[in-house]
Design a protein around this ligand. Structure first.
Ligand SMILES: *Cc1c(COP(=O)(O)O)cnc(C)c1O
Length: 368
């Protein structure tokens, strides 16, 4: 039967390669170390777990559609106006809503070569055209982005720091990018890993949002807050963008559990500080140990590292991935990002980090 005889989606949707999440299974019979999705090894704050559990007493009630308790907790923590915050079912939802609100067929959405894959999906889902600017040393190149701005450009997505590379742009470079964009172009700063960054020249973008009409910042509870399972993200933006998203989003886009756990998590500052300290120590240790094995590691300010493998038979990223899975260690293949010779490793707990370095040493020592 011809396909014309059945319902047809917008053709651009068939250009989307569905997002493939990091694997979560290793070989049977070995202890699993899941280092494939940048989840925190410390889990969520005990206060978040308690708040989550309390929601179980009243599952018959709709959640607060405005996520008020969560917006207020975020606003208190970061010193923001709660009316300029929109919460999302993960920040992925907010990225998708932004694309569908500000892009139409014929428009262009711009992002960087190794930029987070959700941008491409969101741009295509909106029927618009993805435009990609090349990177230098696996780092966003502001001049390359600005050179690709056309009259059709409506949205620019920038992950800072970026996943899967772990590199970042100093705030001066982000400002230079903003200064080069026409005022009708929306600059989306995806700061999913902002909490982890310990660099004096880094800012997540809060001040830029406060002083511009065309900048938004997205954040997530999936990484340092350890709530990936609940799907909690938020956005800080100008009032006119917040107004549009509040019209477009689902009326109850966050579950009651997500609202309660997120609010408790963001108020537990001591817990986040401990998670960041853990990452500081083990990010430095792991990157150094992997480099000592002779593998190149892209300098990272996030909670993960990008490890580059030789192209030699028996030593490739695909070979390493298979070997590590046999040891229970699951890293992330990044071929879909155009990085077939690299694996991304999330910084785990001490046992996982040591096990991964030891396994990589064994992998490189075996006969190819
Ligand atoms: C993990 C991640 C997100 C967060 O996604 P959620 O939908 O909030 O879980 C957003 N952007 C980047 C770059 C990420 O790596």
């Amino acid at each position: 039967m011809s396909t014309a005889a059945r319902p047809q989606p917008r053709p651009s949707l068939l250009e989307i390669d569905a997002y493939v999440p990091g694997r979560s299974k290793a070989a049977p019979g070995v202890k699993l170390h899941k280092l494939s999705s940048n989840e925190t090894p410390l889990g969520p704050s005990p206060k978040a777990i308690e708040a989550f559990s309390a929601v179980g007493d009243h599952l018959e009630r709709y959640p607060d559609g405005a996520s008020t308790a969560l917006r207020e907790a975020i606003a208190d923590t970061y010193g923001l106006n709660p009316n300029r915050i929109v919460c999302g079912n993960g920040s992925d939802e907010l990225l998708t809503l932004l694309a569908s609100a500000y892009l139409a067929p014929g428009d262009e959405g711009l992002y960087s070569q190794f930029g987070f894959l959700v941008y491409k999906i969101a741009i295509l889902a909106a029927g618009a055209t993805p435009v990609i600017a090349p990177e230098t040393d696996h780092t966003t190149d502001v001049d390359a982005l600005l050179a690709r701005v056309t009259p059709r450009t409506k949205v620019v997505f920038l992950a800072n720091p970026n996943n899967p590379t772990g590199t970042y742009l100093p705030i001066t470079e982000v400002r230079r990018l903003h200064a080069g964009l026409p005022p009708h172009v929306l600059l989306v700063l995806d700061a999913a890993y902002a909490e982890y960054v310990r660099r004096n020249d880094y800012e997540s973008g809060i001040e830029m949002v406060s002083s511009a009409e065309n900048v938004v910042m997205t954040r997530t509870f999936s990484k340092v807050y350890g709530l990936a399972a609940l799907r909690v993200g938020w956005l800080y933006g100008p009032e006119h963008v917040v107004d549009v998203l509040n019209r477009l989003r689902g009326p109850f886009n966050l579950s009651a559990a997500a609202i309660a756990a997120g609010a408790a998590a963001v108020r537990d500052k001591a817990f986040v500080d401990a998670a960041v300290r853990h990452n500081d120590d083990w990010l430095a240790w792991t990157a150094e140990e992997v480099r000592k094995l002779g593998l190149a590691v892209t300098p990272s300010v996030g909670n993960f590292i990008l490890i580059h493998f030789p192209e030699a038979a028996g030593r490739t990223a695909a070979d390493a991935d298979e070997f590590l899975i046999g040891r229970g260690i699951v890293l992330r293949r990044v071929t879909a990002y155009g990085l077939p010779n690299a694996l991304r490793m999330t910084i785990g707990d001490e046992e996982a980090n040591r096990a991964t370095v030891a396994a990589l040493a064994d992998f490189l020592a075996r006969p190819a």
